[in-house]
Design a protein around this ligand. Sequence first.
Ligand code: ADP
Length: 480
Amino acid sequence: MTQSIRSLYIDGAWHSAISDVKIAVINPATLQPIMRVSFGGTEETKEAIQAAKAAFPSWSSLSPRERANYLYRARDILLDKVDFIGRLITKEQGKPLAEAKGEVKGAASFLEWYAEEATRLYGEHIPSSNPAKRLSVIPQPIGVIGAITPWNFPASMITRKIAPALAAGCTVVLKPAPETPLTAIELMKVFHQAGLPKGVVNLVTGDAEKIGAALLESEDVRLLTFTGSTEVGKHLIRGSADTVKKLSLELGGHAPILVFQSADLEKAVNLTIASKFRNSGQTCICANRVFVERKVLNEFQELLVQKVKELKLGDGLESSTTLGPLINGRAYDKVTHHVEEAVSKGATVLYRGDEKDEQLAGYFHPPVVLTSIKEEMLIMNEETFGPVLPIIPFDEEREAIDRANDSPYGLAAYVFTKDLNQSISVSEQLHYGIIGINDVFPATPEAPFGGVKQSGFGKEGGHQGIHEFLDWKYISTSLS
Ligand code: ADP
């Protein structure tokens, strides 16, 4: 019998759901249940909102330095648990252990950076046109925050939202993805151990629709911060109208990579692989379309296939594994469908890795490289979220930019070139929120991460990331 735990963290204590229903968390590599967690819903979310509301006045009145000290303590505790939480991420999410441990360190870096930023929330003094008036603008925390997070980065997507919210003086109700609640639970334990006052952070696992609806309907929740699909993002936009809630949305992407003939081809190949196959292709900034200048196409393809062959499919807990399983059957079916549909419309399979070992039960998809791509293929229009890499040749810079921009999404785009003017000109013309020039790892706490168009709005990271959680109050004082 799989062990079960009380996974609702409300007002500083652990609870079961009212219904006492428990849902199993499945290891995507073995398909074995790891743990059963509470299935909360409307009432539990209301309680969590109430706890966050009650905690807000005292939390927001602490000095920024005091709030920063809690975050520093949480960082230190989290860093002591890199191995333990890293293994847990690999078990519930599937990514190779080295990636998982790297994620935990990344998660800690958000706590650290926003601890620093807490103390630098400066207001403004405005010179008035009326000499008898003094005008100032002060930042104030927006209030109770609802945070809804995805499974692909079960730790860092949480701290990327919670750290700036807490630093700003907000209190939080978190709803993690149902696939990866165990990492969220461990993060709550970290905050608890750091001595965070009760109610400042709260966790509700369970029914996504009911928890989402309770967060949307609450007058007390003043901002929803969400990372996930564009479809759910649109649902949240619609649902936030009645309470005029502020939103910060990091939605789907369809990242293009543009490889120009002047590029360092070996670097371009290595980083294309790193971008496409990290987390088995399950990141919102993973390369989805790789445009290569025709003059270097053959060389790029040869080198790429040679290196993709080195990827090792397997359970992320094995040290040799570089490509773990996909998160669930739905994800596996989508990736399979994208490949089959492309092939049925004329795509050529340039390379397909070996199928999974027979001992592996989980949702393992081999790496696939496709050519002879047509614009109407699903893979060119929908986020694949899997280890499939389509290569598309181009002849002119203009053509590459136009084709890269031809997407409803606008999260990240990458450019490989050694030509300085080209790097500047192309990055300015790409309609994306994040551009990597000879770089595919742009995410870092000190820089604003976020998209344009249907990839959402709002930033995470950077000083912009904490501004999401602030209202700017304007105070006009008449001296006459
Ligand atoms: P994916 O398809 O990759 O799982 P989703 O957008 O469905 O992406 O999931 C991202 C997060 O949004 C998860 O925490 C999920 O539980 C949550 N979610 C899904 N549907 C809803 C909903 N109707 N209301 C609120 N949250 C939701």
